[in-house]
Design a protein around this ligand. Structure first.
Ligand SMILES: CC(C)(COP(=O)(O)OP(=O)(O)OC[C@H]1O[C@@H](n2cnc3c(N)ncnc32)[C@H](O)[C@@H]1OP(=O)(O)O)[C@@H](O)C(=O)NCCC(=O)NCCS
Length: 249
């Protein structure tokens, strides 16, 4: 969710409320229960507070930074006795295991299944590498999805970077990100972004990424999302009563 700060807060509140109501409708129609993660582009906290104003307080939130590759970083080879190779669909089960072990430290993590991984790998424009130990077992992974941006330039997002906790701190994370960046460059991708989890900014900085903006993800139980799409009359009455929560930001 990204919003233009120059738009009046009451308009944004109404837009957020109806966007979340549509999201609830879509999620419930798809038979989904549980929680939804609302990712907010984040500048000085106001959009995050606006979303909380709509859905209520007491929600888990996680923070991070959108970082963009600036080029010119050193290339990192895997440490000795490890290798990095392109992944294949047969790696899906091992990737799911490594990813779930590595991400279990985050309260916001939803475990992924081998099928989730396969779906991700089969998306058009996905590039994926795995790190393997000397026995050939998968101990790390990274993927990136390539898309054409509005200006026609090839762009990619790095995602799902994980190293098994038993193999962290040996240079595998850097080797994996290096491998995927080099593969993207060979495919003509000029812009690469990553959503860094909070605290990993220095790791990505050492790989040539620069901070662009902070984000926050607000976790909301689906039943706490606004329920119905507002009518024009409701829009009018909210507009008159909505407190301008930007006043204190
Ligand atoms: C992030 C991750 C992939 C790094 O893998 P790794 O193999 O341990 O990384 P490397 O050994 O290549 O470490 C490179 C550098 O990053 C630093 N680093 C690694 N993990 C870090 C962490 N969690 N917090 C802060 N710094 C970290 C290391 O200290 C090292 O610094 P140095 O080169 O100055 O010594 C791994 O910690 C992981 O799987 N974390 C859980 C999943 C995750 O957070 N994925 C990324 C989401 S954006």
């Amino acid at each position: 969710m990204i919003a233009d700060r120059s738009v009046p807060t009451w308009v944004l509140t109404d837009v957020v409320r109806s966007a979340l109501a549509w999201a609830r409708l879509a999620l419930e129609r798809a038979g989904l229960r549980g929680v939804a993660d609302v990712r907010c582009g984040f500048w000085s906290g106001w959009l995050h507070r606006l979303v909380e104003g709509v859905v209520g307080a007491g929600l888990a939130a996680s923070w991070g930074t959108l970082m963009v590759y600036g080029g010119g970083a050193s290339s990192y080879a895997p440490p000795s006795s490890y290798g990095v190779r392109l992944c294949s669909p047969g790696d899906a089960t091992s990737i799911a295991r490594v990813v779930n072990r590595a991400f279990s430290q985050y309260v916001w993590w939803h475990p992924v299944s081998p099928n989730d991984v396969l779906t991700r790998l089969r998306r058009a424009g996905t590039v994926c590498y795995v790190a393997v130990d000397e026995g050939g077992d998968v101990v790390g992974c990274v993927d990136a999805s390539i898309y054409t941006a509005l200006d026609g330039g090839l762009t990619a997002d790095v995602g799902l970077l994980a190293v098994d906790p038993g193999h962290q701190g040996r240079g595998l994370g850097k080797a994996l990100v290096s491998a995927v960046i080099e593969a993207l460059a060979r495919r003509g991708v000029r812009r690469v972004g990553v959503d860094s989890a909070s605290g990993l900014e220095a790791f990505y900085r050492s790989l040539g990424f620069r901070e662009r903006r902070r984000w926050v993800t607000v976790r909301v139980p689906i039943p706490a999302l606004p329920q119905s799409i507002p009518t024009l009359e409701e829009w009018g009455s909210w507009s008159n009563t909505t407190r301008d929560i930007s006043a204190n930001s």
